[in-house]
Design a protein around this ligand. Sequence first.
Ligand code: FAD
Length: 393
Amino acid sequence: MLDWLVIGGGVHGTYLSNVLVNALGAERERVRVLDPHAEPLAAWRSRARNCAMDFLRSPGVHHIDVEPFSLLRYARSEAAPPTAELWGRYQHPSLCLFEAHSRAVIERSRLEQLRTRGELRRLRTTTGGYRAETTHGELYARRVLLAIGPPAQLEWPVWARAAREQGASIEHLFGERDPLANLAAHEHVLVVGSGCSAAHAALHASRHAGSTTWLTRTPLRGAEYDSEPGWLGPKHLSAFGHERSAVRRRDAITRARQPGSLPERLQHAVKLALRHERLQHLLGDDPRVERAENGRLRVRLHEHTLEHRFDRIVLATGFSRARPGGAWLNAVADELGLPVAPCGYPLLAPTLEWTRGLFVCGQLAELELGPTARNIGGARLAAERLERAGVAA
Ligand SMILES: Cc1cc2nc3c(=O)[nH]c(=O)nc-3n(C[C@H](O)[C@H](O)[C@H](O)COP(=O)(O)OP(=O)(O)OC[C@H]3O[C@@H](n4cnc5c(N)ncnc54)[C@H](O)[C@@H]3O)c2cc1C
């Protein structure tokens, strides 16, 4: 029987497997990370590349190594690729630097060897732990850590679904195909959605396509982080931790998160692109999309007052608003009789335990870790909880 079975080998699962083995004293032979992808961080990497992200929004101390200054030291070392960069006061890493550092950490700590390829389908209790039924067969573990990331479903607005059903060329930025690939200089592109991913995508298209229009539902607004840094420490987390009501905790998370906001670096790049007319910004919702005679897409906004024609539409609308885990997680909660908040998220102990031996991190642990739970910094908060609880050995 394993000591730890980590479900999900993305940013959180890979980092926490590193912490378990290299900081909390777990025996590496008794730790497994179950993930459907061939490589660690694969889901993260494809999303970051699809939206043509250049720099991370998070600071240089947020990464997948145990020691906080590891990435900053790596950036100054000879091992760092020449295109690896740090930007600004908080030393935001370029995607290239973050990826090179992640690869170096994975290699040094042999984290690939901890992985088993497959997906969890069902979780049952068994003597002394859990039996995980996976696409790879059964695995037995004393403790299970759910690190499953965002919901598998992407957010497809109703109008976009309807247009796609009529054969319109609409792709989601986080879908299987890379919707920004092979942009041609004669193409007219519409990027829909607000926030960093949309901004990165719109800026990329503005450099490669004939024209790029960016449609957002709300005006562009700035914020350095998607929630205030005080949520990574006691400033906000201690009051949050004292709040007993899950409904009020959810309200606090909703108030604290600033979805759709852009950090200064991106605001500046967007302003320049707008000023030089490489990018146009439109404010509006629920566009009507029809296929025009020439194969282009006719997009009408504001009761026919504006009409534009595009060759492709790229959705940067993020993930479904549903709780991650879908039906299989509902079944786990039902079968094990686990407490769930009205918003559907797990109600966890401060140790991040949902029930004895079943731990949760990432977005799914929001009601315990607050609005940064899903970010890379949230993985550090999770590690601190596991360490404080002394659960590793
Ligand atoms: C474009 C983009 C940019 C971002 N930039 C930043 C940033 O700069 N800074 C920051 O702090 N945060 C950022 N985030 C937010 C967050 O850090 C990332 O979403 C990060 O990938 C979350 O890590 P994760 O491990 O929770 O999820 P993921 O990286 O998605 O990993 C989850 C893994 O679990 C697997 N999984 C799911 N279900 C199962 C199952 N049943 N069985 C087995 N495996 C399963 C998935 O296949 C996946 O491999 C960004 C997010 C996006 C989308």
